[in-house]
Design a protein around this ligand. Structure first.
Ligand SMILES: Cc1cc2nc3c(=O)[nH]c(=O)nc-3n(C[C@H](O)[C@H](O)[C@H](O)COP(=O)(O)OP(=O)(O)OC[C@H]3O[C@@H](n4cnc5c(N)ncnc54)[C@H](O)[C@@H]3O)c2cc1C
Length: 424
């Protein structure tokens, strides 16, 4: 075995599109990302260098149309039985090159999943928003603005808290929603995103799912202000910042659905985000394998390649084995998501679905963080040398471990399902 495509793939249940999607994306990553990614890391504030690469991927190759139905000019992936598995393959291929690019790309779809995934479709809004994604030759970015200053993990803890801690309010005034609040950290904020999906409460402090609202807000709407992007350890292609909403007015029909359904449609995003995160990690680890393979095959110790020494072989064997296992788990997580449409599957918002997918994400995050650290031990000084790209992924993938409620929320939701906990 000497190629990343040899890592485990469950051929019996991958999407028929997968081979083609991977081939196109592999080519884009090798052309646009691999030669430039160290420069992209310096481009975190302006994205001058990143923009042409995003334009090619999202508008040029057409990927930003993917979720919309054909009648809106899209590819119809939102209705596909393979949605989670296709998202897994796409996210992994891009993550192999740069997990920051992968998340900026993926999150562009995150808010519109609430209105495009069968059975929670809203065709009026889909037709309203489709031109932004489908009729342009430029990359279009959107954000899912969940996190608030008092704590993002609680907002994602949907099963237990049901939106109770959300402080961003939505008040219906005639045929408009009036939104007030403060969000921070969303991927594609910091000035990039032109559309925000905003989880709000219509009754602060309520844990009634009927009081949860998911409302679309164009970034240019009066009353919306944004900070400049934060400077982070990594993930330069993803801008993050503050968004303030002050008496922001949008048409009433910019709400995803209505009482109760908004809650479920939004809840789906948690598992989708976790599956994509797992794919970013396995993608980065596939590239770890490529770079490590080159290093241990070309560097010598006592005139023998490093990989021919017991102490090194034991470690690199373990790393490759972990990548294989993590990939099996990643596809399983994607399959749990896609099984929601099958008679024997679990609903996407069930504790079982959320707990199991969060558990896999936490496990793969830990393996990735540990394996990048171990690979750096093997590369020694070259592990810290930007030329080898290991330190880049090492900075980036630690962030994947921390987002979406962090490690603890993954552990809590897994414990809740497996141990039937009542208060976590
Ligand atoms: C690169 C990047 C991209 C991001 N993208 C987005 C995005 O697209 N949209 C968005 O809304 N947010 C985004 N975030 C924010 C991220 O999701 C939050 O930082 C995360 O959910 C944690 O929220 P918090 O930072 O407010 O921490 P808090 O919720 O305040 O948590 C603080 C600490 O307490 C722990 N904790 C939380 N709950 C429990 C519990 N029940 N038991 C024990 N410990 C607990 C947490 O794990 C964490 O370590 C992004 C962050 C980063 C770094």
């Amino acid at each position: 075995m000497n190629h990343i495509d040899e890592f485990c793939v469950p051929h019996e249940y991958i999407s028929p599109m997968e081979k083609h999607l991977r081939r196109v994306l592999r080519n884009w990553v090798d052309t646009y990302v691999m030669p430039n990614r160290r420069l992209y890391d310096e481009d975190w504030k302006d994205h001058h260098l990143l923009e042409p690469a995003f334009d090619r991927l999202m508008a040029g190759l057409g990927f930003q149309k993917a979720m919309f139905p054909p009648e809106c000019g899209g590819w119809g992936l939102g209705k596909s039985d393979y949605l989670f598995r296709a998202a897994y393959a796409i996210s992994e291929e891009i993550g192999r090159g740069d997990t920051g690019i992968a998340v900026a790309f993926g999150v562009t779809f995150w808010p519109i999943f609430t209105i495009l995934i069968d059975p929670y479709e809203n065709m009026r809004l889909a037709k309203e928003l489709a031109p932004l994604y489908c009729n342009t030759d430029k990359a279009f970015f959107a954000a899912n603005a969940m996190t608030e200053p008092q704590g993002g993990a609680d907002i994602e803890n949907m099963e237990l808290l049901k939106g109770k801690t959300i402080r961003t309010t939505a008040r219906l005034d005639g045929d408009e929603w009036v939104i007030n609040g403060h969000k921070l950290w969303p991927t594609n904020s910091g000035g990039t995103g032109k559309l925000f999906g905003v989880p709000c409460t219509t009754k602060p402090g309520s844990d009634d799912p009927n009081d949860f609202a998911f409302i679309f807000v164009p970034a240019e709407t009066p009353g919306v202000t944004q900070s400049s992007p934060y400077e982070k350890a990594g993930m330069a292609a993803d801008k993050n910042g503050d968004i303030w909403f002050e008496d922001v007015r949008v048409p009433s029909w910019y709400r995803a659905h209505g009482p109760g359904t908004d809650f479920i449609a939004f809840y789906q995003l948690i598992s989708l985000g976790q599956v994509a995160s797992i794919a970013f990690l396995t993608g980065a680890m596939m590239n770890l394998y490529e770079r490590l393979y080159e290093f241990v095959s070309t560097r010598t110790y006592r005139n023998k390649p490093l990989k021919e020494h017991d102490a090194v072989a034991a470690v690199i064997g373990r790393i490759a084995g972990d990548i294989d296992i993590c990939r099996i788990l990643g596809y399983e997580a994607a399959m749990i998501g896609d099984r929601r449409r099958m008679p024997y599957g679990d609903p996407i918002t069930s504790e079982r679905t959320v707990g199991r997918i969060r558990n896999i994400k936490d496990f793969v995050s830990d393996r990735a963080v540990e394996n990048f650290g171990t690979a750096m031990d093997i590369l020694g000084a070259y592990g810290a040398d930007r030329d080898w790209d290991i330190e880049k992924h090492w900075r980036d993938i630690k962030i994947v471990q921390l987002w979406m409620g962090g490690k603890q929320l993954c552990q809590m939701e897994a414990a809740r399902y497996y141990f039937n906990c009542k208060t976590l």
